[in-house]
Design a binder for this molecule. Structure first.
Ligand code: DC
Length: 221
């Protein structure tokens, strides 16, 4: 049996940074499911699909083949065979991913891919529905969150460090809107699984969160 760790939480809570570090320390494979939704979203953007047109999204989802390979321990998302890691991090793609992830045909395809990965490897998987839907029997479940203000400030600092112009209040508004959509959709909304541990990282450093998660994963907490 494989050992699986599920991490869910809203955008900007630090899930991917922490999960990547923890996976390296524990020797697990890190699976970033948001990147898969982003790859689908990127396909829809490239093909001019309207996020409100459910039929068009469902049809296009059938043509977007998303798969995962690992190069030097890094997850690469392939969209119809092409590595799209460099294309999917833009805000526009994240917004589209949040908008189209409400549709069951999009989710069904990606959930199957995620479950197959977890059968083959010990994984740390992060997303919105991992503990509730994708891996309901995961050995460890964490719901990682932080206040909207803290998450917006982290994102703001990240963009500033890259030299990109941005407004803190706009980022805060975007995050609130994304939270609302991810938490209120009908299919697999973002919520804390009943058996998940809540971890609020608002006042914690990355090192502190990694150390805490390690204790949880090793059954100390
Ligand atoms: O974690 P992220 O920002 O890369 O995710 C982008 C969007 O994809 C997120 O707003 C909602 C969707 N998503 C999802 O519905 N289920 C997941 N397991 C992961 C992401």
């Amino acid at each position: 049996m494989k050992h699986n760790i599920a991490i869910d939480g809203p955008a900007g809570a630090g899930k991917s940074t922490i999960a990547r570090r923890l996976a390296a320390e524990l020797g697990y494979v890190y699976v970033d499911t948001g990147a898969m939704y982003r790859a689908m979203a990127y396909y829809f953007l490239q093909n001019g699909i309207d996020a409100d047109d459910e039929e068009a999204v469902a049809e296009a989802a059938g043509k977007a083949d998303v798969s995962i390979v690992y190069e030097n321990g890094e997850q690469c998302v392939l969209l119809n065979g092409e590595n799209v890691n460099g294309m999917i991090r833009r805000e526009e793609v994240g917004k589209m991913a949040s908008a189209v992830s409400v549709y069951p045909p999009v989710r069904a395809k990606l959930v199957e891919l995620q479950q197959n990965l977890a059968k083959k490897e010990n994984v740390i998987m992060d997303g919105r529905d991992i503990g509730t839907v994708v891996l309901p029997d995961a050995d460890v479940k964490i719901y990682m969150t932080a206040s909207v203000q803290v998450r917006a400030k982290r994102r703001f600092d990240e963009l500033q460090a890259k030299g990109q112009k941005c407004s803190l209040s706009e980022i805060e508004q975007d995050i609130s809107e994304r939270d609302y959509r991810d938490m209120h959709r009908e299919t697999s909304p973002l919520k804390q699984a009943e058996d998940a541990l809540l971890l609020d990282t608002s006042d914690m450093s990355i090192d502190e969160v990694v150390a805490k998660m390690k204790q949880i994963a090793e059954g100390v907490v």
